[in-house]
Write a protein that binds this ligand. Sequence first.
Ligand code: NAI
Ligand code: NA
Length: 396
Amino acid sequence: MIIEPRMRGFICLTAHPAGCAQNVKNQIEYVKSKGKINGAKKVLVIGASTGFGLASRITSAFGCDAATIGVFFEKEPAPGKTATPGWYNTAAFEIEAEKAGLYAKSINGDAFSDEIKQQTIDLIKKDLGQVDLVIYSLASPVRMHPKTGVLHRSTLKPIGAKFTNKTVDFHTGVVSDVSIEPATQEDIDNTVVVMGGEDWSMWMEAMKNAGVLAEGAMTVAYSYIGPEVTEAVYRKGTIGRAKDHLEATAFEITNDLKEINGKAYVSVNKALVTQASSAIPVVPLYMSLLFKIMKKDNSHEGCIEQMERLFSDRLFNGSEIPTDDKGRIRIDDWEMRQQYQDEIAELWKSISTETLTNNGDLEEYRNGFLNLFGFGFKEIDYTKDTNEMVMIPSIK
Ligand code: NAI
Ligand code: NA
């Protein structure tokens, strides 16, 4: 079929298999160009199909020569209907891993469930014995709690007061005010259940009990802090409470892994275009200003540059892992540079539909968004008939 982007609101309903493969290949090439990392050799990535999780998997495999197992929740293709991007990304990843002689298998299902945890543990036991690194990179709007059967929904709301700020519709470039009513206590609690650390600790506990964590195993989950302009809706909002919980959980997990000398970290990452972040109000407008400033200063990074730096400069730098005063790894250090943040705060005051063209890089944002779905790659001929029924080798 001829596959074109079909947008609905903040999502794209189609994905291009060859474009997704191109995206994966570009990321692999980047990691290879940076040289080998003396890091983990057997890695489980939970949330491995897109965004930071996919980049973590690629860095593990092509930077550290690691065997990888990836867990994710994606939709497979049907005749005339494309798969979700994470499906095609993983198909391409496994094919490239196989060519490079690297073990790679994947599990598609709900990572919050006991069943998928068990299936993953069984696969580790059968094929790898143990893993020495677990990356936890889930981003989901819902979580079915495995013990109660209750379906919890996360929200992106301020806490305590109504929040009004500027936002952009990145499809049209129109800047307008957005107002969000404050969260109820229930909203806060639900968001913490979905995006907090409980599921991460459940994974680590189940894996420890099953004996599939190697001596000295490490686990890393991802968090975000961000600027003042998004604070009310992000770090001090419902999602921020979940991130507070996630960050606190790292210490609990480290404590639980004492017997095996294990350690849990949270890495605070840069704001980047992913399916998860494009749905957050105000954030895309901030990102379009940030990207312009960082590109001008040659410090702009995407998911793969961030993850390569996390592995080579932080996790496996041959020495101690540097953290902030709260024990967090910071690879948002470049984003948070005072001069960038001051410049953004200044531009923010007068940002409008008219001034955004000059002061922001909406094009970078839009391209980044299209790229998520395998569109906008110059190497791909989008007028060509394309087979949508691309399968993931390890999933029949
Ligand atoms: P993403 O949307 O690109 O990736 C989410 C992954 O989770 C995908 O692999 C998806 O298949 C998987 N997933 C979702 N629900 C699942 C389920 N029920 N079972 C199994 N797999 C499931 O998200 P992104 O942006 O890479 O986020 C990953 C983490 O990084 C999140 O914790 C996010 O808060 C954090 N982060 C994101 C930033 C950003 O700007 N995008 C910045 C800093 C941190
Ligand atoms: Na991810």
